[in-house]
Design a protein around this ligand. Structure first.
Ligand SMILES: [Zn+2]
Length: 187
């Protein structure tokens, strides 16, 4: 019983993976998948090492009346990057020959740093930005626990300024390697 169930689940997940990889032939879903892949190449304007898909900003891609609709949720309403992100997405899809593109903004549920993919967290760390520590109260904008230094991994770190180069980031310093670094605030 249990094994039959799990093998069925397995089959379903293989099919989904194949579709995501673009193996599925033709049809609307594969063209939507293609748009997702193109969006994976659109960098975040503030942190170009991660894409707007990595950050969880792109919530949905669909086709309505022959028009692609990309639904985005801004990372943080105060982030000046939001308008830039919509424009970057439009430009990227226009460059691929998609003329009919509509960007829709969805504010609810609000974006949370929990939507950032593990892959993106690794990229942030390699870029010298400490990825958000999850678990803080929503809206607290404060680290829920120790923030690891992205350079040496030490937890002996201290916040030096709540507002860093952008409202989404805070300045921290490592007491071991003495390097200052940006912390991507969890919210
Ligand atoms: Zn360090």
């Amino acid at each position: 019983m249990a094994s039959a169930f799990s093998s069925r689940r397995c089959l379903v997940s293989i099919m989904t993976a194949a579709e995501k990889a673009g193996e599925a032939s033709g049809g609307q879903s594969s063209s939507v998948d293609r748009v997702w892949r193109w969006l994976e190449e659109v960098p975040d304007p503030e942190i170009p090492v991660v894409s707007v898909v990595d950050l969880g900003i792109v919530r949905d891609v669909s086709m309505e009346d022959g028009k692609y609709v990309v639904t985005v949720t801004p990372t943080y309403s105060g982030c000046p990057a939001t308008a830039v992100i919509s424009l970057d997405i439009e430009n990227a899809l226009h460059a691929r020959g998609l003329e009919d593109v509509r960007i829709e903004t969805r504010l609810s549920p609000a974006w949370t740093t929990a939507w950032i993919t593990d892959n993106a967290r690794e990229k942030l760390k390699n870029y010298g930005i400490a990825p958000p520590v999850e678990g803080a109260c929503v809206g607290a904008m404060k680290a829920a626990g120790p923030v690891a230094c992205p350079r040496c991994g030490s937890l002996n770190t201290v916040e030096t300024s709540r507002f860093g180069s952008t409202p989404c980031k805070a300045h921290w310093r490592c007491n071991d390697c003495l390097e200052p670094f940006d912390y991507f605030k969890s919210f």
